[in-house]
Design a protein around this ligand. Sequence first.
Ligand SMILES: CC(C)(COP(=O)(O)OP(=O)(O)OC[C@H]1O[C@@H](n2cnc3c(N)ncnc32)[C@H](O)[C@@H]1OP(=O)(O)O)[C@@H](O)C(=O)NCCC(=O)NCCS
Length: 405
Amino acid sequence: MGELSTRRLRTDEQGDFFDVFAAAFLDDSLEAAREVCSSTFRAELAHGVFDGDELIGCAGRFDQEITVPGPAQCPLAAVTAVGVKPGHRRRGVLTALMRAQLDALHDGGVPVAALYASEAGIYGRFGYGLASFESHLAVPRGAAFLSTVDVDGRPVREVGRERAVEVVRARYPAVAETRTGWLSRSDGSWEARVLDWPNAHGGHSAPRFAVHPDGYAIYRPKRKWTARGPAHELHVAELVAATPQAYAALWRYLLDVDLVSEVHWRKAALDEPVLGMLANPRAADRRVVDGLWVRLINLDRALMARRYSAPADVVLDVTDRFCPWNQGRWRLRTDAAGSAATVTRTEETGHLSLDVTDLAAAYLGGSTLAGLARSGRVVEHEPGALVTASRAFATDCAPHCQEGF
Ligand SMILES: CC(C)(COP(=O)(O)OP(=O)(O)OC[C@H]1O[C@@H](n2cnc3c(N)ncnc32)[C@H](O)[C@@H]1OP(=O)(O)O)[C@@H](O)C(=O)NCCC(=O)NCCS
């Protein structure tokens, strides 16, 4: 083994970046999708670790915006393509990549990073906290709604990909700006969003597009013929609705497609409204898993980017082993309405002590500080401070991100 070195990749190293990515994820389809992915993944935003001349590990990112509680838009490093070649693991390569990436993002003033973890035990040590949950939903075909559900009567129509791309690109941003956890999209990420990756279907057919005047659904059928009849599945990739009525219309449409036994959505929100619309609440099968892992990189900027739900004036004593510039006591003071906050360093005694991962877990409203305290992860030193801070950080809706990256 040669000497290990870490640096930013160059544009002309895009091919090597893909080789590492495909090798690390044991995924040939990434190789096949290289050309299309090139518009999305930019080597020059990635860091690489080299063993001599050989690239053996990489960590990439997209520069996007995420909707944070408010709603407000916050610059985001959407971290992706983190992998180390088999044969080079457990020698500190990931640690070197995280060090280089977080240092660069700190220098660049980026408030927040987020990622999806392939395995939930990896990222806590780098200060990422579990900030949102997602539901794997399965709803049987024909499941009835409560009679009180208001379904927009205007028709849902299937449209071809070309027309759909126009529609979804026009409708997505206004809704995304109101939903905590949803991301802004570049041309490249749109291409990847509606992309038909060769070999990557897992038995699903190409995406289909169901369009309503106030929303749309993108889904892939998975065909299944059984001795007892057709039992196809519809797999929702994305469902966007500007009104509750359009949301109900899109779900009604998907639930009534012939030949189908179940509608699946692996990235539904924890509090997905369809759960409250079903006449038989047991009809839906739901499994909850971790969603976005968030890293507060520049803690004060991150906390000032969001809005709060109640007035608060609290001193947070934060531990951050991997990014020591965040370590220490911070005073968070909201305005009288409890909306905008200022966050400044202070020498005052901490009212609450917590790790940066726990602050990240509460950042989008996915966990409450009071709940984290019950798990022994937040400690109150000033009576009343926990309730005050917990109410300020809490949100009305569960954070949700329906986009994989
Ligand atoms: C996960 C992966 C990137 C780790 O890379 P690595 O270079 O072996 O990691 P490091 O040697 O820097 O390990 C750092 C620490 O994380 C731990 N760790 C690494 N992978 C882990 C995992 N999958 N689960 C739990 N802990 C893990 C190590 O034990 C080490 O712990 P320590 O600091 O207590 O010694 C690599 O195994 C990989 O490429 N896996 C397949 C692709 C993948 O899952 N990528 C992540 C996408 S989100």
